[in-house]
Write a protein that binds this ligand. Structure first.
Ligand SMILES: [Zn+2]
Length: 470
C-alpha cells in the first residue's frame, strides 16, 4: 500500500526535547552492541530484497522461510501458515509475563511488480549505490518488516524483559487481495484478538530539505465507498432534444453532487494534527490551527480551508466524480447514462446515512444509486495511548526538532481489519526520507538510505522495548 503523504507549506520548528533521567530501558539499550546489529540489519535487508515477492503471484513462502531461518537461529518460536499454495504468513512471538496485553509488529512480505528496464540496478538485487539500498520493497515495506524482525532478534539475544507478549506477524498479499491478513483473522483470531497495540505501515516521515522533518503517525483511514448513479429515459436522435433525457437529468444531478459541501466533522486526531501543524505556520494561521474547532465555526475560514486539497479531505467525507458514461455516438440520445463517484468516508460515518444525504442532494428519485464496492467500516485509533506517547518521546529523543503528528490516511490500510479486533493500530516506521525518495514507492528505483536502516534498528527497538514494559 502506498499512501499519500502530506507536505506542509513551511516549517519553523522549535525544540521540544526535554532531558530525562536514565531509565532501565536506556541502560539496557546502552549495553547492546549496536554496530553489530546495524551491520546485520543492512546485510539482511539486502538479502530480503533479493527475494522476489512481486504480487501477483507473491510467492511469499520464500520470504517467510527467510524469517523462519532467522528466528530458528535465535531460538524464537515461530509458525508458518499457508493460506494458499506458495502464499505464506509467519507468526513469531516472545513471551511476556502476561501483566500487559500483547504488542504486534505487522508487516507484509509481498511487493508490487517492478519493470527492470526503468531501474538503475536490478530491482531484486539489493545493491547499495551511493549509500542507498535499492530494491522493490525497500520502502514498502521490506525495510520495516526487516526492522521488526531485527527487534525480535535483539530482544531475544539481549534478554529484554517483557511485560507483554511481543508478536511478529509477516503476511502475504497486502498489495492485491489482502488474503494474508484476512485469512489470519478468520482462522486464528485467538493469536491476535487480545492484543492492545499493533505497529505497521501507514505512517510517513518526510524530511523537507532545509526546513525540517515531520513524522506522520498513521492513526486512521478513510474508507472507500464507491457509488454508481444511473439515469434512464427515452432515447432518440440528437437533432431532436429530449428535455428530461437520461443524460440531461444525470448532468443536473451531478452538478448538485459536485457542488455539495458535505458537513465538516472534526475527529480528535485531526484536531491534534492541526494543533501540531500550528507550529509550522505564521500568524494568524498559527492561532487558527491551534484551536481549529473554534476557527472552523467561522464560515469564511472554513470555506478557505476547504479549498485546500491537503486539508479538505481530513475534515469531511469527500466525493470525487470520476467516471461519466452516456452515449457511444454524438448524434444518439442514449436511454441510459451513468456516472461513478469515489466517495471516501471518515471513521465513524455510517454508509446508510451517507446514502440518505446523497439521495436528498441528488433531488431526483428516478436516479438509481448503487454502491459498487464492498464497504469496510472506517476506524481510527486514539492518540491518547501509552504507545502513541512512547513513539512521540522516542522520536524526539533521536530527533528533537522533528514534528510528530497523527495522520489520517486518505486510502485504505490493513490496520482497519485489526482495529476491528479492538487493537490500537499505528502506522510507524522510523525511516526519514525526502519527498523525492518517498515517490519511489510503487515506482522505479525504490530505495532506502543505509543510514536510515542503521538508526532505524535502534529507534524501533527503543519504542518496542519501552512499549512492552509500560
Ligand atoms: Zn505496503
Amino acid at each position: 500500500m502506498r499512501l499519500r503523504a502530506i507536505v506542509p507549506p513551511l516549517l519553523f520548528i522549535s525544540c521540544v526535547f526535554s532531558a530525562t533521567a536514565q531509565t532501565p530501558i536506556q541502560e539496557h539499550m546502552r549495553a547492546i552492541p549496536w554496530d553489530r546489529y546495524e551491520d546485520q540489519a543492512v546485510r539482511l535487508l539486502q538479502g530480503y530484497l533479493q527475494i522476489d515477492t512481486s504480487n501477483p503471484p507473491g510467492n511469499e513462502l520464500a520470504a517467510a522461510e527467510f524469517f523462519h531461518r532467522l528466528f530458528e537461529e535465535a531460538g524464537i518460536i515461530n509458525t508458518l501458515y499457508m493460506p494458499a499454495p506458495g502464499r505464506a504468513n509467519i507468526y513469531a512471538s516472545l513471551k511476556g509475563d502476561g501483566s500487559l496485553r500483547p504488542l504486534i509488529l505487522l508487516n507484509h512480505m509481498d511487493v508490487v511488480r517492478a519493470e527492470p528496464k526503468n531501474w538503475k540496478v536490478p530491482p531484486f538485487s539489493g545493491e547499495i549505490v551511493d549509500g542507498e539500498i535499492y530494491g522493490r520493497g525497500a520502502l514498502d515495506m521490506k525495510d520495516e518488516g526487516l526492522l521488526q524482525a531485527m527487534v525480535m532478534l535483539i530482544a531475544a539475544r539481549e534478554h529484554l524483559a517483557l511485560r507483554r507478549d511481543l508478536i511478529f506477524l509477516a503476511t502475504a498479499d497486502e498489495e492485491v487481495g489482502g488474503i494474508g491478513s484476512s485469512w489470519m483473522i478468520e482462522n486464528h483470531p485467538e493469536l491476535l484478538r487480545g492484543a492492545e497495540y499493533l505497529i505497521t505501515e501507514g505512517g510517513a516521515n518526510l524530511v523537507l530539505p532545509g526546513r525540517g522533518t515531520i513524522y506522520g503517525i498513521g492513526v486512521g483511514e478513510k474508507a472507500p465507498f464507491w457509488i454508481r448513479l444511473t439515469a434512464t429515459g427515452r432515447g432518440g436522435h440528437g437533432s431532436i432534444p429530449i428535455a428530461d433525457s437520461a443524460t440531461h437529468r444525470l448532468a443536473r444531478a451531478m452538478q448538485r453532487v459536485v457542488d455539495w459541501q458535505t458537513p465538516i466533522r472534526l475527529l480528535p486526531s485531526v484536531e491534534e494534527y492541526f494543533r501540531q501543524m500550528a507550529r509550522l505556520e505564521k500568524e494568524p494561521r498559527a492561532s487558527q490551527f491551534r484551536d481549529i474547532r473554534k476557527s472552523l465555526r467561522d464560515a469564511r475560514f472554513a470555506k478557505a480551508l476547504s479549498q485546500e486539497e491537503d486539508y479538505n479531505y481530513l475534515l469531511r467525507d469527500t466525493v470525487s466524480l470520476t467516471v461519466l458514461k452516456g452515449s457511444e455516438q454524438t448524434n444518439v440520445i442514449p436511454d441510459t447514462a451513468y456516472c461513478e463517484l469515489d466517495v471516501r468516508l471518515l471513521p465513524g460515518q455510517d454508509p446508510k446515512s451517507f446514502l440518505e444525504q446523497l439521495r436528498a442532494v441528488l433531488g431526483d428519485d428516478r436516479i438509481q444509486i448503487e454502491p459498487l464496492s464492498h464497504f469496510r467500516t472506517p476506524n481510527a485509533s486514539s492518540t491518547d495511548t501509552t504507545l502513541y506517547r512512547i513513539i512521540e518521546q522516542v522520536v524526539h529523543r533521536h530527533n528533537p526538532r522533528a514534528l510528530v503528528l497523527p495522520s489520517l490516511n486518505s486510502g485504505y490500510t490493513e490496520s482497519q481489519m485489526y482495529r476491528s479486533l479492538g487493537i490500537n493500530c499505528y502506522g510507524f516506521a522510523p525511516i526519514e526520507i525526502t519527498p523525492e525518495l518517498d515517490a519511489t514507492q510503487h515506482a522505479a528505483n525504490e530505495r532506502v538510505p543505509v543510514e536510515q536502516i542503521r538508526r532505524g534498528v535502534k529507534i524501533l527497538y527503543e519504542v518496542v522495548a519501552r512499549a512492552v514494559n509500560e
